[in-house]
Design a protein around this ligand. Structure first.
Ligand code: ADP
Ligand code: UDP
Length: 235
């Protein structure tokens, strides 16, 4: 399958049309952004790691019964995926307090929740991805009740699978963001990526952050953390 023309360039990936109207090629870049694009930089080798990691994780999820957009890895940065109409919701699942949750509710990072939480942000850069609840999403025609129920069910299943997988590699899955989309026949599937850009991953022993927070918070050792988390996946 070949790239026909670039249809979108985002902050972390380029998206290309292919000869097949139902398939796209996503190409992972080393560009890193944070705070809705205000902070910009490069994480050398990130695109290669995120591409490979996202594909490995999506293949495992697919095996466990979660439908995903993953079709095949074409090379170290490019992957063939099913084309979807993205449901413009960032679906965030949390096991432990961190990031905006800690800030919004005035708590420290690291509180282990009794049960995982789910929240949605309306995926809209101009508005700064505001938080939105299911009623508001339905009111705005972003998704139907049935679609939100499907998305919620898949998101918690993804959490259980990935939490166990990372735990077996000595890594704690703190939180993550998912995006879902609809195929041409209306089926909801998991899309976009699952990587250290979109998950918080802490070393279970030391608590060391092995994700994009090293870039967001200028903690140093960014490239090393991406390599370390990739190595853990292969352990
Ligand atoms: P952003 O748009 O937030 O800057 P990226 O740089 O990762 O993000 O760009 C990838 C874009 O492709 C995102 O807007 C994402 O929603 C979209 N996307 C991801 N997977 C698919 C897919 N299977 N079909 C169509 N669009 C997708
Ligand atoms: N996240 C993401 N993209 C976003 C916002 C958040 O991938 O645009 C991920 C982030 O990496 C973390 C989780 O979603 O794993 C929760 O992020 P949070 O709401 O705490 O926001 P942050 O403080 O990271 O902006």
């Amino acid at each position: 399958m070949r790239k026909v023309n670039m249809i979108y360039e985002g902050k972390a990936k380029k998206v290309y049309a292919t000869d097949d109207p139902d398939l796209l090629i996503v190409s992972y870049k080393d560009d890193a952004t944070a705070f809705n694009g205000l902070k910009r930089g490069t994480i050398i080798g990130k695109g290669v790691i995120n591409n490979r990691m996202s594909n490995i994780l999506m293949a495992k999820l697919e095996e466990a019964g979660v439908p995903t957009h993953f079709v095949s890895e074409l090379n170290e940065r490019d992957t063939l995926v099913k084309k979807v109409k993205i449901v413009p919701l960032e679906v965030i699942v949390r096991n432990i307090s961190a990031g905006s949750f800690a800030k919004n509710y005035g708590v420290q990072e690291g509180i282990i929740f009794e049960e995982p939480t789910i929240e949605f942000s309306y995926k809209n850069d101009e508005l700064g991805d505001p938080l939105i609840n299911d009623y508001q999403a339905i009111a705005l025609g972003i998704a139907t009740r049935a679609e939100i129920e499907t998305i919620t069910k898949y998101a918690f299943t993804v959490n259980e699978i990935l939490r166990a997988l990372w735990a077996s590699r000595g890594v704690t899955l703190v939180d993550f963001k998912l995006e879902f989309g609809k195929t041409s026949d209306g089926t909801i599937i998991l899309a976009d990526e699952i990587s250290p850009d979109t998950c918080r991953l802490w070393d279970s022993e030391t608590g060391k952050k092995l994700d994009k927070d090293r870039f967001r918070r200028d903690l140093g050792g960014v490239e090393e953390a991406y390599h370390e988390i990739m190595r853990r996946l292969f352990d």
